[in-house]
Design a protein. Structure first.
Length: 221
């Protein structure tokens, strides 16, 4: 996609680790066993950013109709050109934002620099809590609906709203619940994957395969 750029850190955290190889392998294995199944990709915060690149990767490989994405408190990951490209290939996307959560406002959006600024892809669903009631507002298809979470003043943004989504506490109980895991056959990919690790709260089986498709977008800081 011409002029499409993404955040290099978020992009690398998915594309340049064993995470991508493990997921694509697991999806291929599942589809081989169960047929043309749909895939739902999800993540919170930085996990949402990584999930976005994962969903796009799978959509290009499996077809847009087979992949859905739902993220929670996700930061911006690319520019407007990338957002348009993403919306084309992963149309079944929901970005849930909560109240005054600060993270969806990062990296910052500058309306007066439309071609240079970071830009969310659609579609946002803004969840708000008020006097014990919860409301959900479905936002427009621009990705930057000024009537949704973007209307919140920068001076009233909250980190606390980032830690709870749909009544679920997103924080780990303590640091010990995050573990370092590696794939069973990671040694054979040592040259390509040196120092790459996956962080997980639970033990999982990781399968490694060679990537078969080159990504089509560039990255920038």
């Amino acid at each position: 996609m011409p002029n499409a750029k993404v955040h290099s850190g978020f992009f690398s955290s998915y594309n340049n680790t064993i995470l991508r190889l493990a997921i694509t392998s697991a999806v291929r294995k599942a589809r081989k066993s169960y047929g043309d199944i749909n895939v739902i990709v999800t993540g919170h915060s930085m996990g949402g950013a990584m999930a976005s690149f994962c969903a796009l990767d799978l959509a290009i490989n499996l077809g847009s109709d087979s992949v859905q994405l739902m993220t929670f408190g996700q930061p911006r990951v690319g520019n407007a050109a990338f957002a348009s490209y993403f919306a084309k290939y992963v149309p079944n996307t929901i970005r849930v934002t909560h109240g005054h959560d600060i993270v969806p406002h990062l990296p910052p959006y500058f309306s007066f620099l439309p071609q240079l600024t970071y830009h969310h892809f659609p579609r946002e669903v803004w969840v708000q809590d008020s006097e014990g009631n919860t409301t959900e507002q479905i936002c427009d298809d621009s990705g930057e609906d000024p009537n949704c979470c973007r209307c919140i003043s920068l001076f009233s943004l909250s980190i606390q709203d980032h830690f709870t989504y749909l009544g679920v506490d997103m924080e780990a109980d303590d640091w010990s619940t995050c573990r370092i895991i590696t794939g069973q056959h990671v040694q054979q990919f040592q040259k390509d994957l040196a120092s790459n690790i996956v962080m997980s709260k639970h033990d999982v089986d990781v399968f490694i395969v060679e990537p078969s498709v080159q990504t089509e977008w560039s990255s920038s800081r």
